[in-house]
Design a protein around this ligand. Structure first.
Ligand SMILES: *[C@@H]1O[C@H](CO)[C@@H](O)[C@H](O)[C@H]1NC(C)=O
Ligand SMILES: *[C@@H]1O[C@H](CO)[C@@H](O)[C@H](O)[C@H]1NC(C)=O
Length: 449
């Protein structure tokens, strides 16, 4: 936890030694970054010239020529790229795609009839927790905004990928993807998650018989500590359709994540993900492959969120809405109250071209069992659900979008955590927060060996 004193090098600065070294055939990477928070971000050593060339070719494809470039204090380089030059349009299915300009019809809010009846009861029941909840919650911004420079009109901010970002991944193929090395298998007690491979969850989910056209939630932001570089901790919404035990699962995902492997630091970052084949060959995080079309010039996907919540202190949260435009079928993403970030074009999907069959909200970590025991990588705030507001992390105002494009509080959710001694979840309801839950945990502890 805490601030990590790492400054990644700029693109040209980082490349210079590589270019020089390429002349000598192979490269020994020396310690390039300060090791903070005990993580070794340079867990790679020798890189062949051929591999570097391949990596550079790939980076040349995904890093588009910027109109201007903005340096963030956390070391990120944000390229302001002309909208029509963004990576999405490299997708073979999007050759003739016309970038949407006019915003789609936002989902309508439904009157909370059922809640009114409970008003009296709720007022009387207003406990200390609820009063606290209303007091010190604040909105967040992105760290690169402190630079002061904005992306010009007609451009979108894109976090630049570096050679080091790729070298931390297992391979060039794995860069930007969620890893699914083992067979997906369906667990009878976990019908709704792609489990296995050390992925552990604490999630809430909707029933399977429903047709869903979107989901929304406000997510508490923390900076859980990660034990080893190739583990992560995330908190997100999943929009799903297809089979969990096949290879055709369609998933659209967004939230915040701490992933030292992907970003080279331990800050929580806004992220998106999509796949149409159960995390195999299609899709990726953020704009690391062609797919997601960005329309917003202020929000950079993959950029650090700031500030973050502190234990018994100020709480910060982000609101994420994902829904299908009923007219054109694109899945849009909203951030905060009224900001549209961009969309996943309808062309990308198979099952999700129609509707989602399930929504999940919650946390996921990877447990690689470093040193033979359960990882100490934290989920949420690192505290269990029962610790409540200001201590445990929360998702509040869980809502879904139905077939007539209206938002309503989700009812009848189920919850799941594979091992509640490591990470758990507790769902609740009140008038202000609608359906909400606390979730998370410390991972390794005497009960979670
Ligand atoms: C990080 O990992 C690399 C590769 O295993 C190793 O050579 C290097 O010494 C490690 N650095 C630290 C500080 O442990
Ligand atoms: C903002 O980014 C520009 C371009 O990279 C850089 O020259 C400048 O120093 C940055 N300003 C601040 C205040 O960080």
């Amino acid at each position: 936890m805490g601030i990590v004193g790492i400054r990644k090098r700029g693109f040209s600065e980082a490349l210079l030694p590589l270019v020089v070294a390429v002349l000598f055939g192979s490269i020994i990477f020396v310690e390039r970054f300060k090791i903070a928070s005990g993580l070794n971000y340079t867990n790679y050593r020798q890189v062949s010239t051929l591999r570097l060339e391949r990596i550079q070719n790939h980076l040349d494809k995904i890093n588009k020529p910027p109109v201007i470039t903005i340096q963030s204090p956390d070391g990120d380089i944000i390229d302001c790229v002309h909208k029509r030059k963004q990576p999405a349009l490299d997708h073979p299915l999007l050759k003739n795609h016309k970038i949407q300009k006019t915003p789609p019809e936002m989902p309508k809010m439904v009157k909370k009839q059922a809640l009114k009846e409970n008003d009296e009861m709720n007022r009387n029941n207003k406990n200390e927790d609820q009063v606290k909840m209303n007091m010190n919650i604040k909105g967040t911004w992105q760290m690169w905004h402190t630079n002061g420079t904005r992306c010009p009109k007609g451009t979108v901010p894109i976090r630049r990928s570096t050679v080091h970002d790729v070298l931390r991944a297992k391979s060039l193929f794995d860069f930007g993807k969620k890893q699914r090395k083992f067979d997906l298998h369906r667990r009878s007690d976990a019908p709704d998650v792609v489990s296995g491979n050390g992925h552990e969850h604490a999630i809430a989910y909707t029933g399977t018989s429903q047709e869903v056209f979107g989901a929304k939630a406000t997510i508490n932001v923390w900076d859980p500590s990660i034990q080893v570089v190739n583990e992560f901790s995330l908190s997100q919404i999943w929009i799903l359709s297809g089979s969990f035990d096949g290879s055709d699962l369609n998933s659209i995902e967004a939230g915040w994540q701490v992933s030292p492997e992907l970003y080279g630091d331990s800050r929580p970052r806004l992220f998106t993900y999509w796949t149409t084949d159960s995390y195999q060959a299609t899709g990726c995080y953020n704009l690391l492959c062609a797919g997601f079309v960005q329309t917003n010039s202020r929000i950079a996907i993959g950029a650090a969120i700031s500030p973050v919540s502190s234990y018994s202190g100020n709480q910060y949260d982000v609101t994420i809405l994902i829904w299908k435009d009923p007219k054109l079928g694109n899945w849009w993403m909203g951030f905060g109250d009224n900001t549209l970030v961009g969309y996943w074009p309808a062309e990308l999907f198979t099952h999700l071209a129609d509707h989602a069959t399930m929504v999940e909200w919650g946390g996921e970590v990877v447990n690689t069992r470093p040193s033979g025991v359960h990882t100490a990588t934290q989920m949420g705030s690192g505290h269990f659900a029962e610790d409540g507001f200001g201590k445990a992390s929360y998702f509040r105002n869980l809502e879904i979008v139905d077939s007539d494009n209206s938002l309503s509080s989700v009812h009848g959710i189920s919850t799941l955590a594979e091992n509640t001694n490591c990470y758990n979840i507790k769902s609740l309801y009140n008038n202000e927060w609608g359906t909400y839950f606390y979730y998370g945990g410390p991972g390794n502890n005497p009960k979670c060996p």
